[in-house]
Design a protein around this ligand. Sequence first.
Ligand code: MLT
Length: 206
Amino acid sequence: MDTVATTDFIHLYEPGSDTSRAPLLLLHGTGGDERDLLGLGQAVAPGASLLSPRGKVLEGAMPRFFRRLSEGVFDEDDLRGRTHELADFVEQARVRYGLAAPVAVGFSNGANIAASLLLLRPQVLAGAALLRAMSPFANPPQANLAGKRVLILSGAMDPIIPADDAQRLARTLSGNGATVDHRVLPAGHGLSQPDIGLLKGWLASA
Ligand code: MLT
């Protein structure tokens, strides 16, 4: 039997019962862990395989996927390195678990690294749902995102993410060829019931 070397991310893997569904890569927000989005994944994509890693950066006791200098100001060198590390993990997990390219479902910090994955390692993802995301890079790199579907769900009253920042992310991704559906909901930074319904419908329409 071949040995598969896996990059060391603590993670949960839940095999799905419906092979017609794309697997989901669940990426939690600051202070979350690999269990956080499992219930969401089960609710929005019943039967899909779920791969859920825990971010390796600690801010105090709070796991994250990359370092930030202050709220909304990212350490872009760390972000680039962590993005490649996460992409390598996903590629190895696909071999280990026999998975198709996943659709990322990321919340907040997890959405920001999912956006970075799209820009730096687009081949790793089939698409992405970015929940309360912002632009990960001041000067985003070019990427070929033709054929990638992206859903961005923003909160009109989000105190953490300025509205124009999420719009800039949507423009960056669509400018690189992604099919972007950006909705702004009457919500704050937390997820609301309409988020769940829109996400479920978008995943089902793939
Ligand atoms: C980030 O650091 O990724 C964003 O500020 C969102 C957050 O995690 O608070």
